[in-house]
Design a protein around this ligand. Structure first.
Ligand code: 5GP
Length: 115
């Protein structure tokens, strides 16, 4: 398995604020939040980009979506949150280990997160 920033976080080599973990994934607070609640949900398995996911990753992808809802609910934003996946450098991806951004904690203004 290749090393990424997130495998180092999962190994405890880099400190993070862990909000949830199970055998398949981990949720941590984003170090540079773009919303009052900004959490990263990361599979333990390294899939560099969403587009690299294979047929055999379907169950994991489903688990991530379901867990995102669970974590959002646990954080009190279960009724109003946004999920974002940046795929590729041009889309703003900086860590090449698939992750879901869970963002919320305030109203959405015309579909955008109000700042
Ligand atoms: P991307 O830009 O790849 O979609 O998202 C990567 C995210 O990781 C960014 O939102 C960035 O703030 C976050 N990040 C980068 N380094 C760290 C870190 O060391 N700890 C945590 N918790 N988040 C990080």
């Amino acid at each position: 398995m290749s090393e990424t920033l997130f495998t180092k976080i999962m190994a405890g080599e880099i400190p993070s604020d862990i909000l949830y973990e199970d055998e398949h994934c981990i949720a941590i607070r984003d170090i540079n939040p773009q919303a009052p609640v900004h959490v990263l949900l990361i599979p333990r398995q390294v899939i560099p980009r969403l587009v690299d996911a294979q047929l055999e990753d379907q169950a994991l992808l489903g688990h991530l979506l379901q867990t995102a809802g669970k974590v959002a609910t646990q954080l009190g934003i279960g009724d109003t949150f946004r999920l974002v996946v940046n795929n590729g450098e041009g889309a703003g991806q900086t860590v090449f280990h698939l992750h879901l951004h869970i963002m919320g904690g305030q109203g959405f203004d015309e579909g955008r997160l109000a700042r």
